[in-house]
Design a protein around this ligand. Structure first.
Ligand SMILES: [Zn+2]
Length: 437
């Protein structure tokens, strides 16, 4: 049974609930681009799928970058002159600017203010801020909280370490019949942020679990990496593997209530770009296709000119365009079980399309074969509108070894699954043969 047909027998709303629970388990962890938050996250993922965990030393050169110092945080707070906590890291890990250097001092409010960040337009939300490559410290709080601060001396404490250590990432490799690979990549470096971070990693984990142990045409490589520096590190250290990547997908922001957005690879017409467009147009959710741009998630690195890999990015809401983006409102209520389940289903459909998209050769190319004699001139489905027969005729006509099933679906305007079903039936009847890769 194909991956997608089997999915029809699975309870998707149950998978959606499981995805949401899985994300909820990871939500409280304070992640960053290095440190124990990433290790804890990978350990949770490792309970579901075979995951190799890599540690790359601080100072290691990766293309134009260097692995930064490792950051770990235990606690942080600001105490008002009356001893009350103004902000408390234990309440919300977004309160500390991610990668803040340690500090413990008593300072007048005027000296603290430049280190405080709020969102005046959303006065009840806490922003998410980072300072990875510029050693500094800071706190994030709600604007309403900031408005209550009165002059006086405040105790600021960030109990963190920023020292030589490692960058950690996880890799799950599922071997298929071919060494050609499909890359699935997600970032795992954001603290308590649900859509931007946890939704992608949850769907990637469940997809790896779903594909694990199957007879697959492609090999699949799942990367759970810190954004930007993680992708750069992996690319720098895996140049030989890179050459085997035939298709790839970055997953992010796949848990909110909106329809799908797919950002095409830099190539624009790669198999993955066409497969996603073809497959997601058939699903019941809205789909918008976006051209490549050199900003966004790790597709920026995979699609840098030196690599130019066929890697696109699947999202629901696009990063930076929804008000909850990089704020405390991107929480577990912002991602929905049904959206996560729908994204998982879409990913399975995309993988199914890549697995099935082959070239066939018509074994009877001189005029049409007599389909009636082979019982192929009547529809097997409930529709008797001839679509199945037309799909067979399209597949027979265009299966000259030049056209893939995706080419045939695009040229005929018929659904990809109908074309695939036709090809598989004709293959069984001996009228087609799979063209060797
Ligand atoms: Zn982000």
């Amino acid at each position: 049974m194909g991956l997608l047909k089997e999915l029809c027998t699975i309870n998707l709303s149950e998978i959606g609930r499981e995805l949401h629970l899985f994300a909820a388990k990871l939500y409280p962890i304070c992640r960053s681009i290095t440190g124990d938050g990433i290790r804890k996250t990978l350990n949770v993922i490792q309970r579901k799928i075979p995951l190799q965990i890599h540690e790359v030393q601080t100072g290691t050169s990766v293309f134009d970058w260097k692995i930064p110092k490792e950051w770990n945080i235990r606690n942080a707070y600001i105490k008002a002159p009356d001893g009350q906590f103004v902000v408390d890291f234990q309440q919300c890990n977004l309160h500390v600017v991610n990668y803040s250097k340690p500090i413990h001092a008593t300072l007048p409010l005027s000296e603290i203010r430049p280190h405080l960040f709020t969102i005046p337009d959303e006065p009840d939300w806490i922003p998410y801020r980072t300072s990875y490559y510029n050693e500094d410290w800071g706190f994030c709080l709600t604007h309403n909280q900031m408005l209550t601060l009165e002059d006086g001396d405040y105790e600021v404490s960030i109990d963190a370490t920023l020292e030589d250590g490692h960058l950690t990432y996880g890799e799950c490799y599922l071997a298929g019949r071919s060494s050609d690979e499909v890359l699935i990549s997600c970032h795992i470096c954001h603290p308590s942020l649900a859509n931007d971070n946890l939704s992608g990693l949850a769907v990637a984990t469940f997809l790896a679990q779903h594909l694990s142990g199957r007879d697959l045409r492609y090999s699949y490589r799942f990367l759970f990496i810190p954004g930007t520096i993680g992708a750069i590190t992996w690319l720098a250290q895996n140049k030989e593997t890179v050459e085997r990547i035939r298709n790839g997908l970055v997953l992010s922001c796949v848990g909110d209530a909106k329809g799908f957005h797919y950002k095409k690879s830099r190539r624009g017409d790669a198999e993955i770009d066409r497969a996603v467009a073809c497959v997601l147009r058939e699903c019941n959710e809205p789909l918008e296709i976006l051209d490549f741009s050199p900003y966004g998630y790790d597709e920026r690195q995979y699609c840098s000119p030196g690599f130019n890999l066929p890697v696109g990015c699947l999202m629901r809401s696009v990063w930076g365009t929804f008000p909850e983006y990089h704020t405390s409102a991107d929480n577990m209520d912002f991602i929905l079980p049904e959206s996560l389940g729908g994204s998982f289903q879409a990913c399975v459909a995309i993988v199914d399309a890549l697995e099935r998209n082959q070239k066939y050769i018509n074994q009877n190319p001189f005029c049409e074969p007599q389909l009636g004699r082979r019982n192929l001139y009547k529809a097997t489905g409930v529709e008797s509108d001839g679509r199945e027969i037309n799909a067979r005729l399209w597949v027979l006509n265009l299966s000259d070894g030049e056209n893939s099933l995706l080419d045939i679906a695009e040229r005929s305007g018929m659904s990809f699954s109908l074309i695939c079903d036709a090809a598989e039936l004709l293959n069984q009847s001996g009228l087609l043969r799979v063209m060797p890769a």
